[in-house]
Design a protein around this ligand. Structure first.
Ligand code: 261
Length: 380
């Protein structure tokens, strides 16, 4: 029997998933290893096309990171994050704060997440509901991973909705690009077109779209998942919600624990070995694809006591929810700030928030994971 944490045993030899890295140690060492590089999963490549920032390496990856990174630097984000997110949070709160009940995933977490990023990107004209519809469809496509013994997709119809969504995205974004090419502004996508390009030139739209799809899926969806998981965790005993109400400075800690506890990108990125390499005692030939189960790594008993518990008071250890190495999430700071401000405004407006114990919370998803709904009530 080989090393169990690089799962390749009989129960795990699934053509859908192949090798998986499931401990903190192994995930971190593969993600930072010079002997591995990024590769996009098969359904991911089918969904995004090429070159998507999560699936390319070398000079193209360097260029795509140089395109997306500047707007996401902490010293940049700090200039405008409050003015961006607080009014958005307030606007959605005002729609239900006097009603005494809400389903917070659809009415708050997802709308705050998509509106903050949508406005940053320059997609002001696209409604929050449309952005939510797009990420749901792209997400279902990205995780439509089933393949048969010949490597053919077992559910090819599972890509149809996202294909239609991409058509719609292009019909809406193409005219915006046409305008930004001649009238640059301060929106992130305008910068993607122009920054670092020789005078009078812009990046080709076919080059930008795959990475825009990455954003329209993961970056749109995951802050909402993180806020939702954090809230569900806080409702777990003992009095964790009350502790955060009493001390709002604990919110960043709650978010970090929420992302460790239910990692939004649970298992959706992969690496490929660029030479024969040994990982945790397992010999992997060149070209071995390993799926990074960061959600599992964040439940590693060797790192965390009682990892399946949401515990605000656990030691503030690092986690792998944003990955590691040169493909680590570009939006770490931005996403954390969106979640922080979103939760600050929610808890400030409704400090007596309670889970509606008449409805269950279901966590769903393996590639991407979070609560599907969170019914709440409060006295008005
Ligand atoms: C912004 C991060 O987005 C993704 C990350 C991993 C898989 C798919 C994504 O859209």
């Amino acid at each position: 029997m080989r090393e169990v944490h690089l799962l390749d045993g009989p129960v795990c030899r699934l053509p859908i998933t192949g090798l998986r890295a499931t401990t903190a140690d192994i995930c971190r060492s593969i993600a930072t290893s010079p002997d591995f590089e990024a590769v996009i999963t098969k359904a991911g490549g089918r969904t995004f096309g090429h070159p998507a920032v999560i699936g390319v390496n070398g000079p193209i990856h360097d260029d795509l990171r140089s395109m997306v990174d500047p707007a996401l630097q902490p010293q940049e984000v700090d200039r405008w994050i409050d003015d961006l997110v607080r009014p958005i949070a307030r606007r959605y709160l005002s729609e239900f704060e006097d009603t005494g009940r809400a389903e917070l995933i659809a009415q708050y977490c997802e709308p705050v997440s998509v509106r903050a990023l949508g406005d940053l990107l320059g997609l002001h004209s696209v409604s929050s509901d449309k952005l939510r519809e797009w990420f749901h469809k792209l997400s279902n496509s990205f995780t439509n991973a089933g393949v048969d013994e010949n490597g053919a997709f077992t559910n090819p119809e599972g890509f149809a909705e996202a294909d239609a969504a991409k058509e719609e995205i292009r019909s809406i974004v193409d005219p915006l690009l046409d305008n930004w090419i001649v009238n640059p502004d301060d929106s992130a996508i305008s910068h993607w077109l122009h920054d670092g390009m020789p005078e009078g030139q812009t990046r080709d739209r076919e080059y930008i779209y795959p990475t825009l799809y990455v954003y329209l899926l993961g970056a749109m969806q995951e802050p909402g998942h993180a806020m939702g998981s954090t809230l569900v965790g806080l409702f777990n005993p003992p009095d964790q919600f009350e502790r955060v109400i009493d001390e709002p400075a604990l919110i960043p800690r709650a978010i970090s624990e929420g992302m460790r506890w239910t990692s939004p990108i649970w298992s959706a990125t992969a690496r490929i070995s660029t030479k024969d390499v040994e990982v945790a005692g397992v010999e992997l030939p060149e070209g071995s694809v390993v799926l990074m189960s960061y959600g599992s790594a964040n439940h590693d008993h060797a790192v965390y006591d009682a990892p399946s518990e949401f515990d605000l008071t656990r030691p503030p250890l690092r986690h792998l929810a944003f990955g590691a190495g040169n493909h680590a999430c570009a939006g770490i700071y931005f996403a954390n700030q969106v979640c922080r401000i979103g939760l600050e405004e929610l808890l400030e407006a409704i400090p007596n928030l309670e889970r509606d114990t008449g409805s269950d919370v279901e966590f769903w998803g393996w590639g991407f994971r979070g609560p599907t709904s969170l019914h709440t009530t409060w006295e008005v």
